[in-house]
Design a binder for this molecule. Structure first.
Ligand SMILES: [Zn+2]
Length: 289
């Protein structure tokens, strides 16, 4: 089977532009690819036609595999060390300059480093992988943020740690929210909607209300004036963008329109699309110099 193109892989995607990495094995965002001192990638679901079934693995406890390092580093970074956390939907942030070898994996949902040679990775299947770069000081972060992590503030907490530990300036940072479930597919119940309404007051862009199945989505207003039969669709990327803006990132440096994992299940694993049983993908970033 031929290597797909970005168009055949994501035929319905109309958001941020992505490119296929070498061999068609992972996606890259042009804003990060423009930094010659780093490598990054968002892995795709495994495609047996490409001869590799170990790209994604089932379950939460995914063990490191050499192939997952290879997917993003390529020749430039083949000696990099892949670092992951035991993710727990928390606001836990780990700065890697503090950890001695052998202590990993720690528990948490965000990794930061100023060191080269480390490939920071988070694993996702619908949750948001957020890769953050301070282009001035060359500080990197990889964040796993689902709805719990966003409410817990893992993204702003990561930026705060970048500032306090490395004197990072949010004005010099860029953030890319990678493939994750979109508002087209992310219906939530009151248990999720209520805390988001509370935490993101006056931000209607987080919501789309689907009046009935099969109709076009319309922009939501607020939960209190919903008709009883409407379905609440939450835009986690928009919530994350709010947090990044509030933390001081320039609007033009935030890329928050990724492809939807649930809409593009030929390309991605989707926890919701797979009804809870699915593999995980890696999003990774590392300094090469
Ligand atoms: Zn979707």
């Amino acid at each position: 089977m031929p290597v797909p193109t970005i168009t055949t892989l994501l035929p319905r995607h109309r958001g941020d532009p992505y490119d296929l990495g070498p061999g068609g094995l992972f996606l890259q965002h042009p804003a990060l690819a423009a930094c010659p001192w780093l490598v990054h990638g968002f892995s795709l679901r495994d495609r047996p036609a490409l001869g590799d079934s170990s790209f994604g693995q089932s379950g939460e406890d995914v063990k490191p595999l050499p192939i997952q390092t290879d997917f993003v580093t390529g020749p430039a970074g083949k000696n990099m060390i892949l670092v992951r956390l035991r993710q727990c939907h928390s606001d836990g942030v780990v700065c890697l300059d503090r950890l001695a070898p052998g202590t990993l994996p720690a528990e948490g949902d965000a990794l930061i480093t100023h060191r080269s040679g480390l490939l920071l990775a988070v694993q996702v299947a619908d949750c948001l992988p957020v890769l953050i770069v301070d282009r001035s000081k060359r500080i990197l972060a990889a964040v796993h943020a689902g709805w719990r992590g966003i409410l817990a503030g893992v993204v702003p907490r990561t930026l705060a740690r970048m500032q306090s530990r490395y004197a990072s300036d949010p004005g010099h940072c860029l953030a890319v929210i990678g493939p994750s479930i979109g508002p087209c597919c992310y219906e939530v119940g009151r248990d999720v909607a209520a805390p988001f309404e509370e935490a993101f007051r006056g931000r209607p862009e987080l919501w789309r209300d689907l009046q009935s199945p099969g109709r076009a989505f319309s922009a939501g207003t607020g939960p209190s004036d919903n008709p009883g039969n409407s379905r609440r669709m939450l835009d986690l990327s928009a919530a994350c963008r709010c947090q990044l803006e509030n933390a001081g990132l320039p609007d033009k440096s935030i890329f928050s329109h990724p492809p939807c994992t649930c809409c593009n299940r030929d390309a991605f694993y989707s926890y919701r699309g797979g009804r809870g049983s699915t593999g995980r993908m890696l999003a990774a970033i590392g300094k090469i110099c």
